[in-house]
Design a binder for this molecule. Structure first.
Ligand SMILES: Nc1ncnc2c1ncn2[C@@H]1O[C@H](COP(=O)(O)OP(=O)(O)O)[C@@H](O)[C@H]1O
Ligand SMILES: [Mg+2]
Length: 351
């Protein structure tokens, strides 16, 4: 396998530069816009749920928002795919915290994140046999390196490339190359796709192109999945790095714009929700309570007790009043009482 940096490629072709320009502009706009908003955690929580769902769907773990929320409430509700999604979101958060703290993306972090998604804790591949096959025809599309030493050396090369900034290559182009290289190394028995897509957003944060993990390509990839798979091969077999880079840059551009739209919609929803809440239940309303209802897409009595510093009885009264006013929906899962913010979930499902 070829080592990074791919110095023999020209990354300054007119098509790359033009697409790069648009992608950079949209991403900068998203960064600025997201930073101007209070309640960052609400945005990040909501957006990462969607990413976790979409990224898992690329790997055929298909589930519904409703199941994901039920799994997130840790009420004992069982749905394998939804569990995978919830784990994926935890891995994003964990990776984000590490990158913020260390300012470095190590191979070990990637192993750790993969372990959070996959649980088997198998780590980097040790035995041969891993191949990428076409799910329909069963034909082998690509055989990644099989030897453990070779895999580790390639990862070391990737790690250096990710953390060095003394080259002249734009970080967005580097992100595209890193994704290609990581997937080509395919260091794990499973979970490579999802770990690689988490790596993308962490790399943007590492390079200060985003302050929080809010740009994800999985929605875009899902819609252009054939191309995603095809372009790996195009790059590898025909040296067509340009199409690959352009595909990723277009994804960044489109998704940045779409994410700005989604953030605006969440803001609008919170505004109108707030008005309705204040009008219908003026005695109960507080900013903390409103925040708590949007913090996750569901809430529970004990969350409200803690967040609003009230007794269990008061928290229960609040939530039941909100249900009666049509601002929340109640659901019993096992012994657990869950209060769902379906206005927020409806919005996220449409994204
Ligand atoms: N031809 C290819 N070359 C390299 N990587 C590929 C190719 N085709 C697909 N991939 C990557 O492999 C991923 C699937 O690998 P896998 O380990 O099963 O990940 P996951 O368990 O997250 O699905 C895809 O999402 C994609 O990122
Ligand atoms: Mg898989």
């Amino acid at each position: 396998m070829k080592l990074l940096p791919f110095n023999d490629y020209d990354f300054k072709t007119p098509r790359i530069l033009e697409t790069l320009n648009e992608a950079s502009r949209s991403l900068a706009e998203l960064k600025g816009f997201a930073n101007s908003i209070p309640n960052q955690h609400i945005l990040i929580n909501a957006i990462t749920i969607n990413e976790a769902k979409d990224s898992s769907a690329i790997e055929n773990f298909v589930t519904t928002h409703d199941s994901i929320y039920k799994v997130l409430t840790e009420s004992g509700f069982k749905d394998e795919a939804a569990k995978e999604v919830a784990d994926y979101r935890s891995a994003i958060w964990h990776g984000y915290e590490i990158i913020k703290e260390k300012g470095f993306i190590s191979t070990n972090v990637l192993v750790e994140l993969q372990g959070m998604i996959e649980h088997k804790k198998a780590g980097i591949r040790k035995s041969p046999g891993t191949k990428l096959v076409n799910s329909k025809t069963k034909e082998v599309i690509y055989t990644p390196p099989q030897d453990e030493k070779e895999i580790r050396d390639l990862l070391k090369n990737l790690e250096n490339y990710m953390n060095e900034n003394d080259d002249e290559i734009d970080p967005l182009i580097k992100m595209a190359l890193i994704h290609y290289q990581f997937e080509s190394i395919h260091p794990f028995y499973d979970g490579n796709g999802r770990t690689g897509r988490i790596l993308n957003v962490l790399y943007l944060v590492l390079n200060n192109l985003l302050d929080s993990p809010i740009l994800y390509l999985s929605n875009y990839i899902n819609k252009n999945k054939g191309q995603y798979y095809q372009l790996f091969t195009e790059f590898r077999e025909n040296n067509n790095y340009e199409e690959w880079i352009i595909y990723i840059l277009k994804g960044i551009n489109e998704t940045s714009k779409k994410t700005i739209e989604l953030i605006k919609q969440i803001q609008n929803e919170m505004e109108s929700y707030k008005k309705e809440f204040m009008t219908k239940l003026p005695k109960i309303y507080s900013d903390e309570l409103l925040d708590a209802l949007f913090f996750e897409v569901y809430t529970r009595i004990n969350y409200i007790e803690n967040k609003c510093d009230v007794t269990r009885q008061t928290a229960t009264t609040y939530l039941n009043s909100l249900v009666n006013a049509g601002l929340l929906e109640f659901e019993k899962i096992g012994r657990e009482s869950i209060y769902k913010n379906t206005r927020l979930t409806d919005l996220l499902s449409k994204f």
